[in-house]
Unconditional design. Sequence first.
Length: 398
Amino acid sequence: MSSIEVVQDRCVGCGLCVSACLYDAIEMKDGLAVINEKCTLCGACVDACKFDAIILRQAQKEAASLDEYRGVWVVAEQRHGELSDVSFELLGKGRELADELKTELSAVLLGSGVAGMAEDLIHRGADRVHVVDDPALENFLDEPYANVVAELITRHKPEIVLTGATVLGRSLIPRVAVQVKTGLTADCTGLAIDEEGRQLLQTRPAFGGNIMATIICPNHRPQMSTVRHKVMSALDEDTARTGEVVEETVDARLLTSRVEYVEFVKDLTQTINIADADIIVSGGRGLGDPSNFKLVEELAEAIGGAVGASRAAVDAGWIPYSHQVGQTGKTVQPKLYIACGISGAVQHLAGMQSAKVIVAINKDPDAPIFKIANYGIVGDLFEVLPILTRTLKGSATG
């Protein structure tokens, strides 16, 4: 067990440790610092003390053998009582990996009032679901969620842990990797097993998408990856499938957070989630002004599509980040992608080149976007988009 101690002969009662403690775990008694039961062993007071009067002794754990780690885990993502599609996609890939390794596939589900969702995860491929259902986990906060996932990993020792490369996943899983002292490969587009050594081959774009790198984690466990939405395929729901639901309990101290959840503000500018859209109309720098995004929105409305954007348009403040397509935005795989005034930088192509049909509209005939487009229109988008919108609206009403 880790422990913390105040060396009374060194303590001068300056109170610096009291100011540094975020948990009200230190108080002054008779001019000396005293640590109470609220202490989380975070070590902030140790760093604050200028007199080396506080000693934190970390428990020394023996390094676990790699052979002790077995099983594939998917950290399921849910928000406001709804499981994300990327969780089902990861269960589909996780099922494949687990079968190849001849091991079990488990899901981890955190939240408040979420136990009923466990069966949905089993129907999509999980053999077991580890559930931590606690009111303190009602809303996503980095610290408690990371603490709980790290505790469960330490307790059960899975060899592979997967989660979505979403806003929540990217915030959560690096903290977990640090706590369990292992590596993490982000934004994977491919996962496979090297049977010799049970290595997870983690493939991801590198150097702006110009090459594909395959990364392994040979000396540490678990092997951890984040995977982008729409990259893997979910299994069909099988309501006859059965599995085990494990209700886990954790120390209440793991559920504390230095951050307070205030409220969730929905992006009202995004009527359709671009990650789920079958049709996307995206605008770029070629629009010239944020007001001209109205042309993109009108075309998207005419064909029942979502509005996307290039990084340049988002960085310019023309449209919220939730619409950004590309390596630093969202990966999409629609049936139809219409790029308006987008030159086609490799970072953007990395997020949309898997679309089934790509239509590019640009006045520059040498724009890189034309190299991957199925159809290209060389022309002024301010003339082309209104014509397309009028024509498509006419087709819809006719």
